[in-house]
Design a protein around this ligand. Structure first.
Ligand code: SAH
Length: 224
């Protein structure tokens, strides 16, 4: 595990410039058009979330290993999923797969009330020591199984799943508000289709495919 994450790091002008280049590329080459999403990514030092060994590469559009065999999603994937959520400032949002908490901070920065679940105890505890999270009192973390969602806090305006799900968990559909949006990568093995699930005012469900992606698997039960 990384020893340094509880120690604040610096966000230098070099980091800021690299981040700016990443934003430019997401906007101009990768088709991210929601300026609120880009502003949130610009506000968050992604290198704080990575092992110091990867610090220089933090602003490349790549996924990286974090602790416990998991990954921090590629910036494009974070931007794309967040854009698909059509975030409004006071949305109540559920995230499955806290991981490094980078995606959580992007949503936190956008002002939503975020509930995020992680199934790996080691990762959940590790992120609890991360100094940067204190910036976002609007993020609430839970150790649990994302397949169950968070019935106590439901319903949610938006739900985002950041691991590859074998199917769309019925409990998450139940916990989505009428008029809500869920963004979930669905597929076994290493390949998933990004699916945009919407629930209309009458509770009817619609699904739309939004491209091919590759995530670590969504696993049943808690670990640790
Ligand atoms: N959003 C994260 C991505 C982490 S990778 C980030 O920005 O860094 C996906 C995460 O989903 C992993 O940490 C994995 O442990 C977690 N995960 C997998 N199955 C899960 C489940 N059933 N419930 C909650 N978290 C799960």
């Amino acid at each position: 595990m990384r020893p340094l994450q509880s120690i604040p790091k610096e966000d230098t002008f070099i980091h800021k410039r690299l981040r700016h280049d990443l934003i430019k590329s997401l906007r101009e080459k990768k088709g991210i058009t929601d300026e609120r999403v880009l502003a949130a990514i610009d506000a968050i030092p992604r290198h704080f979330f990575l092992d110091p060994a990867f610090e220089r590469m933090a602003y490349e559009d790549r996924a990286f290993p974090i602790t416990a065999g998991q990954t921090i999603s590629q910036p494009f994937t974070v931007a794309y999923q967040t854009q698909l959520l059509e975030i409004n400032k006071y949305d109540k949002v559920l995230e499955i797969g806290t991981g490094s908490a980078y995606q959580a901070c992007v949503l936190g920065e956008m002002g939503v009330s975020l509930y995020t679940i992680e199934r790996q105890k080691a990762l959940y505890d590790f992120v609890g020591k991360f100094f940067f999270l204190s910036r976002y009192p609007n993020i609430k973390r839970f150790y649990g199984d994302g397949f169950a969602g968070l019935p106590t806090y439901a319903p949610f305006d938006k739900i985002i799943i950041t691991c590859g799900a074998p199917f769309i968990p019925p409990k998450l559909i139940e916990q989505l508000k009428p008029g809500g949006i869920m963004i979930i990568p669905v597929g076994e093995d290493e390949k998933q289709k990004m699916i945009r699930v919407t629930k209309d005012k009458d509770g009817k469900i619609f699904q739309q495919e939004m491209g091919d992606f590759s995530f670590v698997p969504m696993l049943q039960g808690r670990n640790g």
